[in-house]
Design a protein around this ligand. Structure first.
Ligand code: NDP
Length: 309
């Protein structure tokens, strides 16, 4: 079997096209476009890329997008003051603080910053109140990455209700909200993590297997029930040649990327899984672009809730 590729890039373009007319209608009605404030602390190279894409996508659908850059030397109080100022600023319907924050801000800094974002403007869905609403299946907004996965499954006609979904990873931003969103759509859900015993056997039970681990090529064909849908959330930068060979093999087209650049982005799922799975998301071009499209949708939803018709 060769898995059907689930094209997240194509769906993200479609989602943005669907959002654009609603943004135009909002802007005409309210007199200002939906506003998104993005806070970037420091200059982590991966964050720079993510933020650039978010700014571009937001502007592309017609939002006002403002980037607040803070130096890596900023104090936690200054970050919290920035969030408080954005909370009070009526031009912004959504606030996003790019993760990770510099380690120098201290342990727990990220949580304190997420906690400070007004729930109505929490377009990432990371605040405790947003998470609580998600647990109770009352959330208007949920984290972008797992929401994007659900959107992809539904639009691709992959049934969720009654199916066994296995999620590898229990982070607050991906694994846990992913499991909840699947549960609310009536999947039977197993959550695995680094202490799970016999991970391949647990994963082989899955009709839908979601890998959100951050380990290049961890999921190999022995993790996958033939015909299962496999969603690869992982984004891992491989810089070691032996690792690139293990994950991609020298014949893989993306191995050429490694040879040219000295690094390559790969998922948590080994490419050989395509021989066993029924459907599979590629990396890149799978879940990544959907995360941004769902952020746009969340911002529009937050704007609509703040300015009801
Ligand atoms: P975290 O590091 O926060 O969480 C990783 C999870 O994987 C943890 O629950 C950890 O278990 C578990 N884990 C680690 N090693 C193993 C193992 N060997 N076996 C089983 N479970 C393991 O990562 P994130 O959730 O933030 O991100 C996961 C991946 O998704 C990363 O590659 C990240 O880059 C990517 N990502 C992609 C996005 C996108 O837009 N496509 C958005 C966000 C993330 P434990 O809890 O026991 O430590």
């Amino acid at each position: 079997m060769t898995a059907r590729l689930l094209d997240g890039q194509k769906l993200s373009v479609q989602l943005q096209a669907e959002i654009r007319p609603a943004v135009a209608a909002f802007t005409a009605r309210v007199g200002q476009p939906p506003g998104l404030a993005i806070v970037l602390v420091g200059n982590d190279p991966a964050s720079e890329v993510y933020v650039r894409n978010k700014v571009r996508s937001g502007q592309d659908v017609g939002f006002r997008v403002d980037l607040e850059r803070l130096p890596a030397t900023v104090t936690l109080t200054e970050v919290l003051d920035t969030v408080a100022r954005l909370n009070a600023d009526d031009r912004y319907d959504g606030i996003l603080v790019q993760s990770p924050l510099p380690a120098a801000l201290g342990r727990g800094a990220e949580q304190r910053v997420f906690d400070a974002i007004a729930v109505g403007k929490d377009v990432d869905g990371f605040s405790p109140e947003s998470v609580g609403l998600l647990v109770q299946n009352r959330a208007a907004i949920a984290a972008g990455t797992p929401s994007g996965v659900i959107e992809l499954l539904e639009r691709e006609g992959i049934p969720i209700a009654g199916r066994h979904a296995v999620v590898i990873g229990r982070s607050d931003i991906v694994g846990k909200p992913m499991a909840l969103l699947l549960l609310h759509r009536h999947a039977t859900v197993t959550i695995c993590h680094s202490k799970s015993v016999d991970l391949p056997a647990l994963c082989r039970q899955a009709d839908i297997l979601v890998a959100a681990v951050g380990r290049a090529g961890l999921v190999t064909p022995d993790f996958v029930k033939p015909g299962a849908t496999v969603i690869d959330v992982g984004i891992n930068r491989v810089t070691d040649r032996a690792e690139a060979e293990r994950v991609l093999g020298t014949g893989h087209p993306r191995f050429k990327v490694f040879e040219e650049k000295g690094s390559v982005l790969v998922g948590d799922v080994h490419p050989s899984v395509a021989e066993v799975a029924g459907a599979l998301t590629p990396v890149p071009g799978g879940v990544g672009p959907l995360t941004i499209a769902m952020l746009m949708r969340n911002t529009l939803a937050a704007a609509g809730a703040r300015h009801p018709a």
